[in-house]
Design a protein around this ligand. Structure first.
Ligand SMILES: Cc1cc2nc3c(=O)[nH]c(=O)nc-3n(C[C@H](O)[C@H](O)[C@H](O)COP(=O)(O)O)c2cc1C
Length: 374
């Protein structure tokens, strides 16, 4: 088998999930050096910035830059340690490194990708700093998470699917979209690490750009990061759910178990975005059919806003879970959070850093979903 220059899907997911890599370069005599770096991967190349953090020496005189200018061989190691050794892993990329100067089209794209991954770069003047680009010439990886056979049906994706997806390997408008759409998964257990406020603001800003009927943006968001409102909400919704489960004739111990799980999900999520439908600005029609269609459009648009939220969270290295429970007890949710009566709670989006690698739900082959294409 020849040398691989592209990452497999698992490697790509692994690389996107890590935050830091070690970049090794050597000088003209072969003396090596390695430094920890932030990086972004666009599906073909890795980019690492020479950021504007105060440094003793100007970016262009950094040892790694001088090394790359002397010889272009470089290695990037992206690894993960965990006391749970089933989670160990690394991706090792050997390749050719270049220093990309500001002004080059690739530079602007690299900066954009880096800012998607690291909120901190949004505020830094990366435009004037060179970026290191590494083109993989050999990719190897190791680790149970990377070696495991693909559980998803995607492993068996038809040739057709594969061909359709190749189109996404061409970077279009600065975003390699398919890995983003595919990488997102529902996460139901989070680390206790808090979510930066800036990241939540960026997610809401992404949601805001969703399409909506007549551009009316029929959604509003309530963000919970403190324990107290989370507990209030979990308690209130729990009581309501208990009543409905009992009504369904569920055994007491099952009710208790389900309640505890749901309570825990809300309580332990580092942040929660409650997405509410807001119908006040919609067009009004005299006939119920058109009014109903107008409301359906608003709900469709709420889904689009949520998807923007989920994808932007994923792009920022965060994960989300979707809980539909508020739909079944809107009054309870409104009362617990003291929300205006015009807001109709629809979904609880839990946000945080995944506690473990989430399972990927398989997707049907695309051909099964397309009923006609001519
Ligand atoms: C409208 C809607 C409601 C959902 N409600 C819940 C929910 O209440 N609890 C939950 O665990 N997941 C919920 N989900 C997440 C789905 O279970 C999940 O998206 C699906 O299983 C596919 O998995 P993936 O998101 O990991 O690709 C909901 C998703 C949607 C779109």
């Amino acid at each position: 088998m020849g040398k691989r220059t592209r990452l497999t899907e698992r490697e790509e997911a692994f690389v996107r999930a890590q935050r830091v890599a070690r970049l090794a370069t050597a000088d003209a005599e072969g003396h090596p050096t390695a430094v920890p770096v932030c990086y972004a991967y666009d599906g073909a190349q890795f980019y690492s910035p020479l950021d504007e953090k105060p440094k003793r020496i100007a970016a262009r005189h950094l040892r790694r830059v001088r090394n790359i200018e002397a010889r272009h061989e470089a290695t990037l190691l992206i690894d993960r340690y965990d006391d749970d050794w089933s989670r160990l892993g690394y991706v090792l990329v050997e390749g050719r490194a270049e220093v990309i100067e500001p002004g080059a089209p690739e530079h602007a794209r690299a900066v954009e990708l880096l800012r998607v991954r690291y909120v901190q770069y949004r505020a830094m003047n990366l435009e004037e700093m060179p970026v290191i680009a590494l083109s993989p010439e050999r990719v190897v990886s190791w680790g149970p998470a990377l070696d495991a056979p693909d559980e998803s049906q995607e492993a068996n994706a038809s040739q057709n699917d594969q061909e359709r997806q190749n189109i996404w390997l061409q970077p279009g408008r600065g975003v390699n979209f398919l890995p983003l759409a595919r990488g997102r998964r529902s996460v139901r257990a989070f680390q206790q690490r808090p979510v930066p406020r800036r990241a939540l603001e960026m997610m809401l800003a992404a949601a805001q750009w969703a399409p909506s009927p007549h551009g009316r943006q029929p959604w509003r968001f309530a963000v919970l990061t403190r324990n107290e409102p989370k507990h209030l909400l979990a308690d209130a919704m729990g009581e309501e759910w208990k009543r409905t489960l009992a009504m369904d004739g569920q055994p007491e111990e099952i009710i208790q178990l389900r309640l505890e799980k749901s309570h825990e999900r809300i309580r332990t999520a580092p942040a929660i975005v409650l997405v509410c439908l807001y119908l006040e600005d919609l067009d009004q029609y005299p006939d119920p059919d058109r009014q109903h269609a107008e409301e359906i459009m608003a709900i469709q648009s709420l889904g689009a806003a949520i998807q923007n939220l989920l994808l932007s969270a994923y792009a920022l290295g965060l994960d989300c879970g979707w809980m539909c429970a508020p739909l079944f007890c809107p009054d309870t949710v409104r009362a617990a959070l003291e929300l205006d009566s015009s807001l109709i709670p629809h979904a609880l989006i839990t946000v945080g850093y995944a506690a473990r690698e989430p399972k990927r739900r398989p997707r049907r082959p695309l051909d099964e979903l397309i009923v006609r294409f001519d």
